[in-house]
Structures are given as structure tokens and as C-alpha cells.
Design a protein around this ligand. Sequence first.
Ligand code: ADP
Ligand code: MG
Length: 702
Amino acid sequence: MQRLYRYYNVTIPVMTDLDTDIQYLKGVGPALAKKFQKLGLAKIGDLLYYFPRGYVDRSKIQRSGELPACAGQHILLCGKIARVELRQPRPRFYVLQAEIRDSDGIFSAVWFNQKFLAGTLVEGVEVLVSGKAVYNDYSRRWQVETDDYEIITPAYRAGITPFYALTEGLTQKKLRQTVRLALEYLPFLTDPLPPDLKTKYALSALPAAVRELHFPVKREAWRQARRRLVFDEFFYVELGAALRYARAKTELNGIRFQPDGALLETYYRSLPYQLTAAQKRVIDEVLDDMAAPQPMNRLVQGDVGCGKTDVAIAALLCAVQSGYQAVLMAPTEVLAEQHFARIAARLAALGVKVGALLGKHTPSEKKEIYRQLASGECQIVIGTQAVIQEKVIFQKLGFVIIDEQHRFGVVQRQLLKTKSAENADLLVLTATPIPRSLALTIYGDLDRSLIDELPPGRTPVKTYHVTPRARPRVYEFLRRHLRQDEQAYIVYPLVEESEKIDLQAAAESCAQLTKIFPEYRIGLLHGRLKNAEKAEIIQRFRTKELQVLVSTTVIEVGVDVPNATIMIIENAERFGLAQLHQLRGRVGRGRQEAFCFLIAELKSADSRKRINAMVETTDGFKLAEIDLAIRGPGDFAGVAQSGFPDRLLADLVKDEKLLQAARSAAFALIEQDARLSRPEHALLRAELRRRSRGLIDYILLN
Ligand code: ADP
Ligand code: MG
């Protein structure tokens, strides 16, 4: 990444008043500015975009009689202070307690470590307090543990009040106050969106929208404001994607690969099975792209087990038969190794030399691969991120595959491509299905192919939810199938904070299982093993020397043993939906019927939803949609690298229509101005840079 900076002349956008440091705002200063920095807020402009995480309607004041009914919840009370007491139960710990009278009687409110309030919260003052309703065992009374307060002055207006995410040493009050000051700079906030675009999509004015989102006045105005700001969040991400896409499409200096050739012919003939219609269609799409003069940028999406490897191999062979080298990068060592084992074996028969770059290799082994790549002796290399390293030099690289499970960002993709002296074709594979709306944004710059069919003869994995009490019955079931020469996985999640304790749990269960199944061999796989040890255990499982593989989550990606038919997942409620789906995908890869048991105690509503979803469907895309609805997009790896702000106002599920509108708008704009170089788009360019914070847009815009 460092290297690229030298190639591209990075210019810094012009300073405006919105770039003023927060510390120059009235009442902030350097000490408080540090605290704001913890929230990622350095400039006044940052504050403007630091939207509230919620609002409280101050016209909905409750009464102290409701305290018991609100136990543990947030409550908003108002009253006159009758008495105030400041105590110091331990050194450097202060409790300020106020007795407050409202129409229902007297209640108390406490502030921790805010000694300075003793001067403000005095007898006779009318005050609005909000916080958690808690029963105090010691005083045997209900009280409010305050998170916010406001003294009712004649200037006070009831209404909607914003709540911000805080950090230690910052109060709601201070944040609100500072945001209000920042809003005075709104006149400096120029709207980069072209006026006709705003008209077309009925977007409200930017400065007014920002103000309304912080301090809403009317519901409809707030809705419009939010719509405008969500549009912007999507629009700039899509603008970056559209730029990359347009750049690739207008370049005609890509490689024209030869899709017709002896290697591919031989490969098709040597296949032990018929490719599915979906595999054939996707291979055609890929090969068409490769033959075209534009560099390919294509994503192949497909559920676990749909047969992406054959698509990858066809593309690799097309590159090789056209006289080019190719590279395949995988996110983990296990996955890279697996790809290597399978692809190398199949290509060796065709006389193609495939090398691997893995962590387990010694420096001298690596050196040998470097040499073979530089000389062109080795035609394909498969590895982890090790393949990006500077030492890796190709004689004639023309084709790049990234199997990414959305773990890599745009930057890594680009880096790998820079290893080619020509304009290499790029293929991205993703096994984890992601919801459509997310795919649109994370992979917004790629053409997409979907393998929407599984090889024939597979029956969907039968999935059951069982409680821990039913475990013995699951084991009986397991025994019957082991007897028929089948194999099984038992997976334990990360239960404890410490990996050591986890390992203990898995090791103990393994020992127990050995007692329960003395006639079978059980192996234990966990994260603390060295890569070579892991590989050895997996190998022993593959050769049936082991019948049961007990594992912490390391098998999540990469193990392909068609004879394994049973997957037992312990504490299944602790796994995310995507993970569960991945794990289940490890079985049902052969022709035999496969089973998945989710052992779980369903305590929370979310875990119930997840487990039910797993039982009801094996469709990875459906599961991904459900997952997005349950978790929100923040946790989906890849979202962070796609240029979204950390705190997203948008809801990728509910705002999908707006996302599509923003995408059309962005692509239409880039169609008019492919490099965003027209003077009337200068502000857009600057805003895109500000938001993307990434390297890629510098590359594209300079
Ligand atoms: P993915 O990478 O998409 O998860 P793989 O390429 O690993 O899937 O394929 C899963 C399994 O299915 C492999 O054992 C593979 O040999 C097999 N397979 C792939 N395509 C077919 C097909 N058309 N017919 C039968 N089996 C297939
Ligand atoms: Mg091409």
C-alpha cells in the first residue's frame, strides 16, 4: 500500500471552515477535543455528520409513580429539587443525590462522578431528568440513574431531543451544545450534488437536512432529511464503484485471452461429472469476458458446494493456454492449501505446473517458487496474502482470482493486479452468499455471475434443533451412521474469552467422546495447532483414519470431505447465521443424505430466529437476507472497506430502493463524466475523496 503512494500524486483538498479543529469551538478546548477524538470527531465537519443514535420526545414526560413499572428501563421525569446531597463513598468517587418532587411524590436521582453539578442542581430548581429506573436495595427506594438532565429555564422548549453515542467524559449535554455550535457553520456546507440530480430524485437541501437530523422539528421534514442523507451515504459509495467500473470498461488495453484451446478441451473431457447448467453458463460468461479486449472485473457468487472450483479452473486454463501466468489468492491458509491440493492435482494431469505460497513453507521453498514464477516455469500460483508481497514477481501475469468470502478490500484486489505488466483480468469468487443490496454496494464495480444450482444428487442437509438434554439421542444417531462407514464433525464455538479455556472445553469433550465411542477414532482440531498439524489431522480425516473430527471453529472454511455426512454444532446459539451456514456446508457434499444437529438452548429472540431460519431453509441467500435483517450491515465484513461511514444512517434492508436510486444516479453521472473531471463536478470529487478516505479513489481521480 505504501508503494502506491509514491506513484500517485496525492493532493490535499482545500481547507474550508468545516475543516476547523473542534477545539476552537466555544467551550471545547484541547482537553475536551481529545475526548471528541475518541469518537472519531476532529473537525467541525465531522460533528455535523455525527448523527444522533436516537431521540427522546420531551413532551412525553412520565411520573415518578411509574418507576417500578419501568424497572431497568429508560424513564423521563420532571420535578422540583427538594434536597441535594453530595457523598464520597470512596476516594475519587462521588455520588450526587437529589430528592425531586413531582405530582406523584418524591423520587431520587443520582449522578455519579459529576461533583461539579452540586453548584447547579440546587434546591428549588426545576429539572428534567432521564435515565434508568433502578431499585436501590440500600435505601429501599426507586431512583433514576441519570444519563441526562436539563434545567427548566424560561427558554426551555419541550420537544424532540437528540441522543448521541458517548464516550467517557462526554455528556449528552456537552455533545448537544457542541453540535449546536457546529451547526452555526452550516452556511459553509456547500452541496456537491448537481441541482438537476437533486430535482430528479426529489432530494432536500443538504444544510437543512443536517440540521433537521440533529434537532428535528417536524416528522415529515425529518423523514425527508434522513432520506437525503441516506441517499448521500449510498451515492458516494456507488460513485466510487461507477468510476472503477467505467474505467475498466473504457480501457481497451486488456488481454484478449484464447477461450478455444487444447488445454480446456482436455479438461472438459477429463471431468468425472457433467457440469451443471449454471456452471456452464457462468464459465461462458467468464470466458467471454476474458476474450474481450476490456479487462474483466467479474464476481462469481454461489452457495457452498455449487462447484465454483470448476469455474476457477476453466478460467485458469484459459489464461495458461493463452500464454499467461495466473494467481489465486485465498483469505486463509487452510483454504489456500485446500485449493492448492485440489487444483494442483487436477492440473498436473494436464501438464500445468501449479505452485503454492503458504505460511508453512520454509524460506528456501518460497525462494524456489519465486524463482519459478519469475522464470515462467510455474504457470499458476495459489496462496494467501503472501502472494501480494513484493518478492513475488511474475514473468507474465495476466489473470488474477481472489477467493474472498468478502474479506479482502478493493485495495488488495488492486495491488494484486499491479503485479501484472499488462492489464490483468480479475475474477472474484465468493462462497458466502450476501444479500443483494449488500452485493450491490460491496461489489458495486464488478459484473456479477451467479451459480444458482447445486450439482445433481444432492439432497438438502436435514437440519434439526435439539436441546442439550437430547444429546444422548443425537449420539445414538451418530453411532448408527458411523457404523455405516460415514464420518462426522462436532463443532464447539468460542465460549470463553480465553482461547485456552475454549480449547479445554473442546479437549474435554473429545476425551468424553472417546469414552462414548471407544470403537471409533476421534481427532481434535483447534486454532492453536500449527498449520502443518492442522493439515495432518484433516488429511487423516480425509483418509478415514479418523471417523469423527472434533473442532473449534477452524473448519469453518476449507474442509472438503465428501464422506462426512453428519454435522453436530454445540452451543449453536452462539454462532452467527453466516457461520452456521458455512459449517453446515461442510456436509452434504457427497451423494449420501446428510444431517445437521444444532444443539442449543434458545434464550434470546435473535438466537431463536437464527436457529429457526437454519431449520427452515438451506438457501444461503435467504439466510443472508435474514441475517442482514437481524444483525444490520455493520458486522458484514467488507462493508467497512467499501467506503461507508463507520456509523451508518442507512438501513440496507429498508432503504434498498434508495440504494438502487443512488446507484442509478451515480452510474448515470459517470456515464456523462467518466473521470469526474468537469469543473461543475469539482465539489463532488472533493466530497468523494473526503468520504472514501481510501487509496483507490486517488488512483482513479488523479
Ligand atoms: P464450492 O467451491 O462452490 O463450494 P466445490 O467446487 O468445492 O464447491 O465443489 C463441491 C463438490 O462438488 C466438490 O467435491 C466437486 O468435485 C463437486 N462437484 C462440482 N461440480 C460438480 C458437478 N457438476 N457434478 C457433480 N459434482 C460436482
Ligand atoms: Mg479480457
